[in-house]
Design a protein around this ligand. Sequence first.
Ligand SMILES: C[S@@+](CC[C@H](N)C(=O)[O-])C[C@H]1O[C@@H](n2cnc3c(N)ncnc32)[C@H](O)[C@@H]1O
Length: 260
Amino acid sequence: MTPLEIAGLILLVALFLILVLGSMRLKIPRKSSFQGIVDPEAVEEYDRVSRMPQFWLLKSFVKKLEIYTVEGSITDVGCGSGILLGLIAKEWSTIKLVGVDISKEMLERARANFESSGLGGRAEFKEGSSDRLPFEDQTQDFVVSTLSLHHWADPESAFNEIHRVLKPGGKMLVLDLRRDARRVFFWLVWFGQNVAFRIIGLVALRRVNEPTGSLLASYTSQEITDIMSKASFSNWKIDAKLGWMYIYGVKSTIKTEKGK
Ligand SMILES: C[S@@+](CC[C@H](N)C(=O)[O-])C[C@H]1O[C@@H](n2cnc3c(N)ncnc32)[C@H](O)[C@@H]1O
């Protein structure tokens, strides 16, 4: 065999191994994460990262929202610096927008983002936690959340809380990472944090082990199935993807055994 043929063979074997090993799912115990992002430097860096094109998950979330009828208001739990609400504001010009976050620092950044993009009057930002939402019963039309669930201390209480504040017929769409991701997704996340973030000079996010820590703190689709089976929603489904999942729920318009 010529050296070129040997190199080609090695490359083929390596590619084969990457494809086979990369398509296997991660099987690791959950390592819980901190609740709010409060370090001002991490807040700034998170805001910067979520505007990058590589952060396409939020844009795909808006596309997914388009499938459902969006009317009245949208409430984003764990809204962070308000990037998702900004995208929604552009798509639906008459919808009322509300952002809730446990971190005052994130909310400050969200308000500043809305002001600077001329959307100041469109959204209201409130401090609150997923298991104690700052709303009366049956007042919200559509509750959404992206990449926040893995931070919540008690997801079952949070889903019950979302159910409590939704109007009958109100909807919920939650997007989060899934720990039973394909290994190739985990490698990409790890590479992003340890190589790409280093190159572009992101220090604070790496210090708090983001985004790898978020993936390891996220739930498997089976764990979420178990949690949703116990929570108040009687009509829900999970759409699990390569390394993330959507959890969709509707609050029943009639009193069911589960719907408290
Ligand atoms: C990774 S960021 C995601 C921000 C935004 N949703 C996005 O997709 O870019 C997670 C956010 O959830 C917030 N958070 C964490 N635990 C929370 C809780 N229990 N209730 C409300 N917000 C929470 C954090 O402060 C942070 O802003």
